[in-house]
Design a protein around this ligand. Structure first.
Ligand code: PRX
Length: 648
């Protein structure tokens, strides 16, 4: 549970005058953005280059009978032209991407001119493989520059990319290839993370046994041994030699899909979140500029992976649309040592640094000395994303990393929102550790009770959005009804975020975490249902129930209650086997932290598992279990308590 700290860190006065907006400007712009969205976004939409200018701005409906979201709907543009070509004249020789390898001896600087060349070549390689406008391309790459080239190349020819995080298993990859009927996969021989090799191509080979594709483009990263399938697999570098470096960007409608990104929900398989071209780019670039107060000459580093939405919006599309220099890091925070982040900040003179609370907590645990041996003088702004940041970690980040000099933007958003919705603006917003503070322009948050009644003033409840913003997801790929059901039917006429939230007397928002069956492990979203279905697919498991519990580093850990088949022995060896099984089914990010063998699970007489009770026991706070009288067999609870695995 997030604490509400009382400390306030006022905006430094010199920053208020230097930043894009101070508080008065924020209030004025915010008011206009909600009073006159057409006027506001009509003006700010011009920040990107349109091939055919839009004449319509907002056309959105949250009516659950007819959910429809369109922005700039008659305009046309190309995202890759906006992220690359339009910068050539003014900043062709400026670094677009600084790539830092897993091994500290490796780095590369890619200028906008070079990026232009690479994206054109990659686009032509895709063409040569038969990829056309509207086709879905699955990208399963490590954090190498080719990931950005591939994304922008898809955008250039109008193909829709679906990036699958390199930590997902072959099965998860297969499911995502199949779900969007993608015929082309872009991968690498192997990835490299923390000195360890990740067998990406071998995973693709396994995945495509279940979900066959026509073409696999393989980027050479490590030179490790792999097998190439004749007639299907090609080496990227060989194909690149055969094509020209000119590819005309395709004219796309503002509402043509740009990408699909799978994310976990409370039920069923991951959903293919669809983002479109115009509104997404306007929103990603505008938030990148204002939230990070991006200024000419900044070196901006977001430590996310492009496999997550943060990497899409704030490593690639937002920064590059703004002509920024974006740093892309292949490795992990703790390799070769727990000072790697700080070493990289000094090496490349990073000015803006954006990471996740889980990394901050882990590095805080490693001790201040690792930070203090680096200068970090270049830093001027810090950011946080992915989960609630506890005030202790916030304060450490502020004092030790930021040396008391750098504001922290705690940015709240989701895969579905495309960009940041609730956040401080560095020159405008006084900070409170642990609060994401106030809405960005055009964003209208509200807090509702269980019945959907909007609550006023200082209060607590569920977080909804009352109206649309340009970066909002448009649909679930291939299943608009699921989109409507998931987000617009809990509270009619509102977008439901799935998060709980408090608002204080200053109108600041404090996200308290998910209120559905989604858990947030190290800033990664995981559906409990997915982990349960992986567990029950093991032959020795008859039933499983998964909940989150507070974890010092990860924010939440995965706690699995497992009922075994009759006659199976509940041993430690079996626990290990189950962990290995889940890793193989979903990926290492889904590994249960604690497994409790449970002869029975608490169920109502109608057979519904009472998760509330399981959550309490996992949190080690079982003296407040509430009413258990509706349980079919109240005695199972005693056994669960006696054998609980988390004795916090
Ligand atoms: O619960 C919220 C949490 O992460 C969820 C969204 O996860 P995902 O779609 O994977 O996107 C993560 C990166 C944008 C939200 O529903 N979350 C994200 N940022 C914050 C946060 N919780 C608290 N504070 C944040 N700053």
């Amino acid at each position: 549970m997030i604490e509400m700290s009382d400390s306030v860190f006022p905006v430094p006065s010199d920053l208020a005058s230097r930043a894009h907006v101070d508080n008065a400007k924020y209030l004025e712009m915010y008011k206009r953005s909600v009073d006159d969205p057409d006027g506001f976004w009509g003006e700010h939409g011009k920040r990107v280059d349109w091939m055919k200018p839009y004449t319509k701005v907002k056309n959105t409906s949250y009516d659950h009978h007819n959910v429809s979201i369109k922005w700039f709907e008659d305009g046309t543009l190309n995202v890759s032209a906006n992220c690359v070509d339009r910068h050539l004249e003014t900043r062709g020789d400026q670094p677009a991407i600084i790539w830092e390898g897993d091994d500290p001896s490796e780095h590369k600087v890619i200028t906008y001119k070079q990026l232009h060349h690479e994206v054109n070549v990659f686009a032509n390689v895709l063409h040569a493989q038969g990829v056309k406008k509207g086709d879905r391309v699955t990208i399963y790459l490590p954090m190498i520059p080719e990931a950005a080239y591939a994304m922008l190349a898809c955008a250039r020819i109008g193909a829709i990319h679906s990036i699958v995080f390199g930590g997902f298993s072959p099965d998860s990859l297969a499911q995502r290839i199949d779900s969007c009927q993608s015929n082309c996969v872009i991968t690498a021989d192997e990835g490299l993370r923390g000195g360890r090799k990740v067998p990406l191509k071998a995973n693709v080979d396994k995945a495509t046994e279940k979900a066959p594709v026509n073409s696999v483009i393989v980027v050479k990263r490590t030179g490790g041994e792999i097998t190439m399938k004749d007639g299907r697999d090609v080496w990227y570098h060989e194909e690149a030699d055969r094509v020209s470096d000119h590819c005309q960007p395709v004219e796309m409608n503002a509402e043509d899909p740009l990408f699909i990104l799978y994310t976990s929900g409370s039920t069923g398989q991951p959903k293919g979140v669809v983002h479109t071209t115009g509104g997404y780019l306007v929103y990603a670039s505008m938030t990148h500029q204002y939230v990070f107060d991006y200024q000419e000459g900044d070196i901006y580093w977001c430590t996310a992976d492009v496999g997550w939405v943060t990497g899409h919006s704030y490593i690639v599309y937002g920064p590059l649309a703004n002509g920024a220099t974006t740093l892309m890091f292949e490795g992990v925070p703790t390799y070769p040592g727990p000072d790697r982040f700080w070493e990289v900040c000094d090496k490349h003179n990073v000015t803006i640094f954006y990471t996740a609370p889980t990394a901050i907590r882990a590095l805080m645990g490693a001790g201040d000395d690792h930070v203090k041996k680096h200068s970090l003088k270049s830093l001027r702004l810090l950011g946080s994303v992915g989960e609630p940041i506890n005030p202790e970690a916030w304060t450490w980040y502020y004092n030790v990393v930021g040396q008391g000099r750098c504001p922290i933007v705690d940015t709240w958003w989701q895969t579905e929102t495309g960009g940041i919705l609730i956040t401080p603006l560095p020159g405008a917003t006084d900070l409170k550790p642990g609060s994401a503070t106030r809405p960005f322009f055009g964003v209208q948050p509200a807090i509702v009770d269980a019945e959907g009644k909007v609550l006023d003033g200082a209060t607590e409840g569920n977080l909804v959005m009352l109206d649309s913003w340009p970066g909002q997801m448009r649909t679930v790929y291939g299943d608009h009804e699921r989109f409507v059901q998931t987000y617009f039917s809990t509270y009619k006429g509102m977008y439901f975020t799935g998060d709980g939230c408090r608002r204080d007397t200053d109108g600041y928002y404090w996200i308290t975490g998910r209120v559905d069956d989604v858990i947030n492990v190290s800033g990664h979203r995981m559906g409990t249902a997915e982990v349960e279905s992986a567990l029950v697919s093991h032959p020795k498991v008859s039933e499983a129930a998964v909940v989150g519990y507070p974890h010092d580093i990860k924010g939440q850990g995965i706690y699995a209650y497992v009922t075994l088949m009759d006659g199976e022995e509940p041993t430690d060896a079996l626990k290990k086997e189950l962990v290995t099984h889940v890793r193989a089914e979903i990926g290492p990010i889904a590994s249960p932290d604690l497994i409790q063998f449970a002869p029975g699970l608490p169920k109502t007489r109608s057979g519904k598992i009472m998760r509330r009770i399981l959550r309490k026991i996992a949190e080690d706070s079982f003296d407040s279990l509430g009413d258990t009288s509706t349980l079919a067999d109240p005695a199972v609870v005693d056994d669960l308590i006696d054998n609980r695995q988390n004795r916090a």
